[in-house]
Ligand binder design. Structure first.
Ligand code: FCB
Length: 429
């Protein structure tokens, strides 16, 4: 696929460490990880991959891989330690050096502005349940663009707002650990409002492209009728794609959202984006709820497929189905797509045939979607390095590069070499 962009992805709290350094403020993930019982083995991101100090070595690994782009995230609490107000020059300085280091190696920096590490000070005011957080996000986006916008041309606003809403605020399995169930819905609206405001702020500062990264899943129905599946699709996919691409929310969600909607919000949210980032891991099988709870659906295990070390089913065709489905649903309203995350956790060793097979099959699925007419322009592997996998701590390893968390030694796996050959083939074709 000529002109296709290959990349690798990471996120700030998952790799940086140095949580007290150079004026960084606390984030909700520091608080959550330090709360006993929240993260497997009591792991935290205090050190993680020590990327804050070892970034130059990691940039060299990216250069060796031959990727055209690197998707990393910027830690809001490094840039605006209290979430609003004073800007921390040293925090911006770190990303300034990283961006220059990437550009020197011919790698395009593609930063995400929010990959779940909200400044704790904002959570204390209500976090994303509070509409004000959306405005604070846009201000922070403006600060980043002001410092990096002369060299960074493509920004991503949010990473997977659905996962942050569901795991962070509805079920409590991620920071900030709130268990509000359906009461988490305003978190969707406020993140989306923050996204729209940030698109405007970034564009005003001269950004060429702004993307939004959504976690999308093809929803399979366990029942003959698709009623329960349609509701799940509404919560997981349409709640975050419809307002951005069509300017409307799925109707059945309006009663929960309307009290938080103000005139003009949807116009802000549908400010045109230049691409949709899609993170794909697996399809979701949904049936009618059997427990009579407040949700009409329940998630069932997808059976009959190999599974990753995480237990996630490996269904490459699901990615083709997802991409062609997006094309059917949104038609001309769908911007170009980049796969901003795809990858798997696997055994620790460096002979990771499982991951090579996984990546090969999923790239094949992307190619099939492109052949079917979907405008998909790039693919970023999750992840460059083994890292802090949220509530799983260091137990799940997603890296093309193995990290020894005692010594911080990095060792490229077979999948690193395989992906390198893949990138080389494309750039020479
Ligand atoms: C995604 C997250 C990313 C990583 C992968 C495995 O949901 O965006 O940070 O944890 O899952």
């Amino acid at each position: 696929m000529a002109g296709f962009l290959y990349g690798a992805s990471t996120a700030s709290y998952q790799i940086e460490g140095a949580v007290h350094e150079d004026g960084r403020g606390p984030s909700i993930w520091d608080t959550f990880a330090h709360t006993p019982g929240r993260v497997r083995n009591g792991d935290t991101g205090d050190v993680a991959c020590d990327h804050y100090h070892r970034w130059a070595e990691d940039v060299a690994l990216l250069a060796g891989l031959g990727v055209g782009a690197y998707r990393f995230s910027i830690a809001w609490p490094r840039v605006v330690p209290a979430g609003s107000g004073a800007v921390n020059d040293k925090g911006l300085g770190f990303y300034d050096r990283l961006v220059d280091g990437l550009l020197e190696r011919g790698i395009e920096p593609v930063p995400t502005l929010f990959h779940w590490d909200l400044p704790q000070a904002l959570e204390d005011e209500g976090g994303w349940l509070d509409r004000e957080t959306a405005y604070r996000f846009a201000e922070y986006a403006g600060h980043v663009a002001g410092r990096l916008g002369d060299r960074v041309h493509r920004f991503i606003t949010l990473n997977e707002p659905v996962v942050h809403m569901a795991q962070g605020y509805a079920w409590g399995t991620h920071a900030p650990g709130r268990t509000l169930g359906l009461g988490a819905l305003p978190v969707a609206h406020h993140q989306l409002l923050g996204h729209g405001l940030a698109v405007q702020a970034l564009k005003a500062a001269g950004a060429r492209e702004v993307w939004l990264t959504n976690n999308c899943t093809p929803v399979w129905s366990a029942d003959e009728d698709r009623a329960a599946a349609a509701v799940y699709d509404g919560f997981h996919n349409r709640l975050f794609n419809d307002p951005v691409l069509l300017g409307s929310y799925p109707e059945f969600l309006l009663p929960g959202l309307e009290p938080h909607l103000r005139d003009g919000d949807l116009d802000i949210i549908r400010t045109p984006i230049d691409a949709l980032g899609v993170n794909y891991y697996n399809p979701t099988l949904v049936g009618t709820a059997s427990d009579g709870g407040d949700l009409p659906f329940e998630i069932r295990p997808v059976e009959g497929y190999p599974t990753t070390a995480f237990g996630w089913p490996v269904v490459p065709d699901g990615l083709t189905e997802l991409l062609t489905g997006l094309q059917e649903t949104y038609g001309d309203a769908l911007p170009p797509i980049y796969i901003t995350e795809n990858g798997c956790s696997a055994e620790e060793g460096v002979a990771d045939t499982f991951r090579v097979d996984y990546l090969q099959a999923h790239l094949g699925a992307v190619r099939a979607a492109a052949e079917a007419g979907v405008d998909v322009r790039g693919y970023f592997v999750w992840s460059l390095l083994d890292n802090f996998e949220w509530a799983e701590g260091y137990a799940q390893r997603f890296g093309l590069v193995h990290v020894d968390f005692d010594t911080q030694e990095r060792t490229p796996r077979d999948s690193y070499r395989w992906f390198r050959d893949q990138c080389a083939k494309t750039s020479s074709s």
